[in-house]
Design a protein around this ligand. Sequence first.
Ligand code: DGL
Length: 272
Amino acid sequence: MNNNKPIGVFDSGIGGLTVVKRFAANLPNENIIYFGDTARVPYGSKSNSTVIEYSIQNVNFLLNRNVKVVVVACNTASSVAISALKEKFNVPVIGMIEPGAEMAVRNTKNKKIGVIGTRSTIGNKAYSKEIKKIDAAVEVFEVACPLFVPLAEEGWIDHQATIEIAEDYLSELRNLHIDTLVLGCTHYPILSRVIQKIIGENVTLIDSGIASTEAVKKELKQINLVNYSSDKGMSEFYVSDIPTTFKSVAELFLGRQISDVHKVDPETFWHS
Ligand code: DGL
């Protein structure tokens, strides 16, 4: 049955697990195939054409595993590759930017939204363009926080270095009276405790994982591919390199043990 097919999810590394975590809670019967491109992380400092090329390979791999939809659990890939992916592939492709922007606009009362993300996402103005499309009156303040990705990959969730780097990155945003902050990179929810503390408890953090869960649910209903099985969904994890920390950081973050992590080479899926 097509409904039992898995949802394919990819990111440049461990960050997309923050999306998987939300899916497991909100779409508990869905099976998931996760691909983390750990050999080529980070995407956020690479050119648009490289990220598009990698994203196409990643989707080819997921389709090879027979997925029913693809979730681009990476804001960087979502901001530069989504239209190329939608054009090239026949399966529905869901990104992070639209759901995150919609959730932020729904949340803001004072129409001042901060966005933090990779250099690529911020440089491409992915969120400010999308937010302004929904409500042109919203002021958007964007800051790139590239060092958050390696800190998250290392599992330094509340290390002193993380606190100092976050203070530096967020100091400007703290004075701008934002009431909403978009975590515009799927790695950042791993560091959300520190980010929340520094930006202030009165600022709502928008997690792409939560925002995209709704979009995925809606899409599955629309195309009639909800998994109605009463069994708990299974997750399989694939990476392009097995860093020593992947399993431990993944388990720490997901709050559960994960099955074996398999290594694959996404470049072999370039022409498939
Ligand atoms: N987690 C990714 C994102 O959401 C990318 C981080 C990176 O590879 O630079 O943007």
